[in-house]
Structures are given as C-alpha cells and as structure tokens.
Write a protein that binds this ligand. Structure first.
Ligand code: 0X9
Ligand code: ZN
Length: 300
C-alpha cells in the first residue's frame, strides 16, 4: 500500500500507478514510455477529464536517484488528484496531467540497494571505467556547455552525446510526440528550496522571464502560506550555477512556456537524507504551489 510516511521502492510506486488506472479508469491511464538501461519501465500516468480544449502539464520526479523526496512528492500529487478529482477546482480538472514519478528507476533502485547517495543513471560509459550519466546534463539544449563534465567518472557526466541515455531519450520523445498542448513542464529535485526557471545553461534569461518570475513568486507565496517554508525564486544559472543539458532548458526550448525546476526541501540540515516525517509537509505545501501554477496555465 502507498503511504507518504515512508519512501517506497520502485515496484510499490508502479503498483500504485497501476492500481489508480484500474480504479479510476474513466480519467486515469498508465503507460510505459520506454525502458531504462536495466530494463525497468518508465511509467507515465495521465489524468484527464477528456476535454479537447485542455492544456497539458508534464511533471516528473526522480531524475536524480538520491533525491527521494521528489518521487514521494510527485506521487502525493497524483494521489490527491486521483482520489478527489470530482471535487477538485476547475483549474485542476481542466488540465491534462502527465506524471512520470521516477525518470531514473535504475539509479533509484541502486540508492536503495547499494549506494544511498548515487545521483546518475546506471548505464556504463564507453570504456566502462565508470557507470552513469547525469540525466540532467544529457538533454539536447546547449548540450555539453557549462557545468557539465565530459568525464564519465564525474557526478555531472553529460553522456557521450545529447540524449545518449534511454531515460532522457524516452522523456524527450514522449513530450515531442504526444499530441498534447503542453504549457508547463515541472521537474522536481532536491534539495535547497528553490523555484528555478531557464536558462540553466548560462546566466541569461528568456524574453518572458518576468512572467516566469511572477509565477514562481506566486508559487513560493502559496507554499509559504500553507507550510511556512521559504522558497527562493530565480533563474537556474542566476541563483544556483550554470549547468547545460537540463530537462528544464530543453522543455523551454520546445516552446513549453512554464518550465520550472523545483528543488524541494530541506535547505541542508538533512539534505538528500530527508527524514520520512518531512514527506507529508513538503508534499502538501508543494501541492499549494502546483495549484497556483495550474491557475496560470488556465489563465494564459
Ligand atoms: O544541478 C542540477 O541538475 C539541479 N540541481 S540538483 O541539486 N537537484 O542536482 C539544478 C538544475 C537546474 N537547471 C539547469 N541547470 N538547467
Ligand atoms: Zn536533482
């Protein structure tokens, strides 16, 4: 059974998605959009009321294996929308939601069985001296630029070419090839409590950065009001560091207006090893931020 009182293994998360698709088959479907290097499914859950006029939002988690709060938060969103869809506000019901809670299932399982602080996927590099590509350096927008390493043993290894990894390739192909009106792309990471918009590849901002800043700040306000946590809003490269090949930049480059990386809690006391007692508070306040995003998606 799924709870938000502990972190779950991949099998449980996938079982939960399949259960929801079975239970709420009128609005929910699940499909595998590809397989990880080690052959695990990349499962996307879709929630929709089927209105053709709907805009679409894509949400992912678990790009980085050790950031366990991310899949936990994304599954919390899924559960909330699935269990209460009829009672949800119009802003939620009139969006086609696509969720990929674990982009990097091999890495995620590896953090459960072998190395709790593993970050990358698990595909061995050519030459095999080290395993793993940083999926968030492997996307095809300004790939190979600043903040990405060509060294396979680095934790920020960019891969041998853009989209060299089955997981990033499947995600990219899905967004490109799905007939949905994607208006927002949200990717959940940890930690630090940031709401980040493009660009990440260098310290420059897109033409609509003022809108993105406004949306981000409204999300941060809602989070603070619900849970008290303070989120810092800004461009990735401005408030963090330049890092090219991120999924957020790629989504923005595809024309998806609201592209955000959300770095969940905490701010560093526990970091990646966030105690399970934090899951519900973090996820709950994040949902308040997501509701604000949904409002903007419907409005503009
Ligand atoms: O470095 C990253 O990939 C992200 N931070 S994390 O600590 N979760 O690893 C930030 C990514 C921000 N976006 C881009 N740089 N494109
Ligand atoms: Zn991350």
């Amino acid at each position: 059974r799924m709870t938000w009182k502990q972190y779950h293994r991949l099998e449980d998360i996938h079982g939960f998605l399949d259960y929801l698709a079975k239970t709420y088959s009128a609005i929910i479907s699940v499909r595998s959009i590809g397989k990880s290097f080690e052959g695990r499914d990349l499962k996307v859950l879709r929630i929709s009321n089927g209105k053709p006029s709907n805009k679409a939002v894509f949400i992912d988690g678990g790009i980085h294996a050790r950031e366990w709060i991310s899949p936990a938060t994304v599954t919390y969103f899924i559960n909330q929308f699935a269990e209460n869809f009829d009672e949800e506000e119009d802003d939620i019901r009139n969006i086609d939601w696509y969720f990929l809670p674990v982009v990097n299932p091999d890495g995620y399982e590896y953090t459960h069985t072998a190395d709790r602080l593993w970050r990358k996927n698990r595909k061995p590099a050519v030459g095999r001296q080290c395993a793993g590509t940083d999926l968030n350096r492997n996307f095809g927008y300004r790939w190979g630029g600043k903040g990405a390493s060509a060294n396979p043993c680095s934790d920020i290894f960019r891969g041998n070419r853009m989209f060299s990894e089955p997981e990033s390739k499947a995600l990219g192909d899905f967004i490109k090839n799905t007939a949905a009106n994607f208006t927002a792309y949200l990717t959940y990471h940890s930690y630090g409590q940031y709401i980040l918009y493009p660009w990440g590849y260098d310290n420059v901002v897109p033409p609509d950065h003022k809108t993105l800043d406004e949306v981000g700040k409204s999300m941060a306000d809602a989070i603070k009001q619900i849970g008290g946590s303070k989120y810092t809003v800004g461009s990735s490269s401005g408030v963090l560091y330049p890092a090219a090949g991120g999924s957020d930049d790629w989504a923005k480059g595809q024309g998806i207006k609201y592209s955000f990386t959300i770095e969940l809690g905490d701010t560093g006391r526990y970091g990646f090893i966030l105690p399970t007692s934090h899951i519900e508070p973090v996820a709950k306040e994040s949902l308040a931020g997501l509701r604000v995003l949904a409002h903007y998606v419907n409005k503009y």
